[in-house]
Design a protein around this ligand. Structure first.
Ligand SMILES: [Zn+2]
Length: 345
């Protein structure tokens, strides 16, 4: 399987994070890439560097002003008096009649839905290169590869067309789906990250040509809090083309795999020509974000079931945070998917 990784993505190494009223270390650190690469290595998989995708590939999903903000926001921020090292918003538009502001402090709040995706000097380059990985993987699959994997960070599934959030900058899964749409009429996105894929849902919420399915920890007390409920089924032409499968935080392998079967059933009814898999590994029982209780065996079985569904698959890395188990989680999932021994304990 072809795997794509761009070393420039390491230069995005956010520091700031606000949790429960305390400033703590950001969980989406560059070291994640090392752990994920280790996971690939256990299966004998190596990565190739993707070519640069045109800006049009990003504009298929994101607004031009959001892309401009990501590209130039940090430089403008540095001109503020007593500026911090990263762009972190502290005021947010709360009304539908809000006006698009001029000041970078205000634009930060417009284009970032929370404080957990700080932008540093190299974040634009990093997230663009992450998107390049997603586009390259989508093109490989469009050209006939049964599957391809994009090792991208920062992740993307919490980002809407116009606003980043939740450790995510560009929405790579959505960008990959848009790329596949150039070759196919119907695409499905399956999001198995422990968090609701709210950004991806929002981008395709009124469309029937991209089915979005997300299985995740219940959001009434877990990020992203305000969406992720079963009653969110789409709007307009997209009515019936979004499926949310919220699960209790106590969910272990059996319940998680049962939800996966429901997700695959809905996808089978839709009969997509290709699948984008938003592969978060943070449902693991030892993940520091403490979402659910899936084991390595659970991930391996999920890989087997998704492979057995038989769709051409673009696998896009989403969450899964700093823990020595992250490598094994990836090796377990891909090992199951590829029918290879994972070397997991
Ligand atoms: Zn997540």
């Amino acid at each position: 399987m072809r795997c794509f990784y761009a070393p420039e993505t390491r230069a995005h190494d956010p520091q700031f994070r606000l949790t429960h009223g305390r400033v703590v270390t950001n969980a989406e650190r560059a070291e994640r890439a090392t752990l994920l690469q280790e996971g690939l290595g256990r299966l004998g998989l190596t990565t190739e560097t993707p070519p640069e995708a045109p800006r049009a590939a990003l504009e298929a999903v994101h607004t031009a002003r959001f892309l401009d903000f990501l590209e130039t926001g940090w430089q403008a921020w540095q001109k503020l008096p007593n500026a911090g090292p990263e762009v972190v918003p502290n005021a947010f538009p709360r009304v539908p009649y809000a006006s698009y502001p001029e000041a970078v402090t205000a634009r930060a709040g417009w284009h970032m839905s929370d404080t957990s995706a700080p932008i540093g000097p190299e974040s634009w380059t990093a997230t663009r290169r992450a998107a390049d990985c997603g586009v390259a993987a989508a093109r490989a699959v469009a050209e006939g590869a049964p599957a391809a994997y994009a090792l991208c960070r920062p992740p993307g599934h919490h980002t809407t067309a116009d606003a980043a959030g939740g450790h995510c900058l560009l929405n790579v899964s959505a960008i990959a789906a848009a790329e596949l749409r150039q070759h196919h009429d119907r695409i499905a996105i399956l999001d198995i990250d422990v968090h609701h894929g709210n950004g991806t849902q929002d981008i395709f919420y009124d469309r029937a040509d991209v089915l979005t399915v997300s299985m995740h920890a219940e959001t009434h007390d877990y990020y992203p809090f305000f969406t992720g409920y079963a009653h969110e089924t789409g709007t307009g032409a997209g009515t019936g083309y979004n499926l949310n499968l919220p699960l209790p935080r106590s969910t272990r392998d059996a319940g998680w795999l049962q939800a996966l079967d429901r997700a695959l059933e809905r996808i089978s009814d839709y009969a997509p020509e290709a699948l984008v898999l938003s592969l978060g590994l943070d449902a693991h029982e030892n993940d520091p974000l403490d979402g659910m209780k899936v084991s390595f065996d659970g991930f391996a079985e999920a890989g087997r079931r998704i492979a057995a569904a038989g769709y051409p698959v673009v696998i896009v890395q989403e969450g899964g945070y700093l823990s020595p188990d992250l490598s094994t989680s990836l090796a377990s999932f891909l090992g199951g998917f590829l029918g290879k021994d994972t070397g997991a304990a």
